[in-house]
Design a protein around this ligand. Structure first.
Ligand SMILES: Nc1ncnc2c1ncn2[C@@H]1O[C@H](COP(=O)(O)OP(=O)(O)OP(=O)(O)O)[C@@H](O)[C@H]1O
Ligand SMILES: [Mg+2]
Length: 257
């Protein structure tokens, strides 16, 4: 199901605990089609957990998550929710690309090998077609000449760009990024942000955990500040950054800048 008015991501009072530790205490937010939302907040505030809930790598304890109008991880029967089979959850996850802080490339595969893996194994694309698409994606992230290189021979920024190309190879409708530049040397951050900027300009919907405030200000439609498992404040990044309404946001931003 999908139509132009359905938000790409809709989180409705999402709660998540690990044992007695309540990590998400009712997260409500919306990301429209083609929008970029940046998620910021102190360590431990639940940013990664929230992203992991969006593609059902974590089960939620209460509340609902929808991607493109589809309830994530559960089927609704009457007023009851039943968790999906791992197979069905994996099927939903195919449409959601995820890029992590650590690139998690297959070390024994070349850049090209990494990018064609899922289209061939999961989407059953034939190798020629997958290879052709992978080359154009590597070109898009500026790595046309590195197709045959193994991850260990690539810089962190190059590895992360391969990871982005790999996620795009599945033709996702939503991309999740969890601090994609925070493990990189400062001089490599820009090349990854440039790829993300281009992706945003191409109309991809993106939910990005990042503390790159320049990127957030310039690219994001929405900046969401989380603390202690709740959304404290959200809005136009330029406004939130220039004029934070909550004391906790002010204090967090003052430490960041
Ligand atoms: N699998 C897990 N089991 C138990 N506790 C967990 C698990 N995953 C996360 N937590 C806890 O949940 C809380 C939120 O973690 P999360 O990784 O979502 O925070 P974060 O906002 O992404 O922080 P950071 O900025 O450091 O990445 C932390 O207290 C963490 O220890
Ligand atoms: Mg995190």
């Amino acid at each position: 199901m999908s139509d132009a008015d359905t938000p790409m991501v809709l989180a409705d009072k999402v709660c998540k605990s690990f044992g007695s530790l309540e990590v998400l205490k009712g997260i409500t937010l919306e990301v429209g089609r083609g929008e970029v939302a940046c998620l910021i907040g102190p360590s431990g505030s639940g940013k990664s957990t929230f992203l992991r809930c969006v593609n059902h790598l974590e089960v939620v304890n209460a509340g609902r998550l929808y991607v493109d109008g589809d309830l994530i991880g559960y089927r609704e029967k009457g007023d009851k929710l039943y968790e999906m089979s791992p197979k069905d959850a994996a099927k939903q996850r195919r449409d959601i690309g995820m890029v992590f802080q650590h690139f998690n490339l297959f070390p024994h595969r070349t850049a090209l090998g990494n990018v064609i893996e899922a289209p061939i194994q999961v989407k059953k694309q034939n190798k020629r077609e997958a290879t052709q698409r992978a080359r154009s994606l590597l070109d898009r992230v500026g790595l046309a000449d590195k197709a045959d290189t193994y991850p260990a021979q690539l810089s962190g920024g190059q590895q992360q760009r391969v990871a982005i190309a790999r996620a795009l190879a599945m033709e996702p409708k939503l991309m999740l990024f969890d601090e994609p530049t925070s493990a990189l040397d400062p001089e490599l951050v820009g090349e990854v942000l440039n790829v993300m900027r281009e992706l945003a300009a191409s109309g991809m919907t993106m939910l990005v955990v990042t503390h790159e405030m320049g990127f957030a200000r310039e690219v994001a439609d929405q900046l969401v500040f989380m603390d202690g498992g709740v959304v404290v404040e959200k809005g136009d990044p330029r406004e939130v950054l220039a004029n934070p309404q909550h004391e906790r946001t002010q204090s967090f931003l003052s430490k960041l800048l």
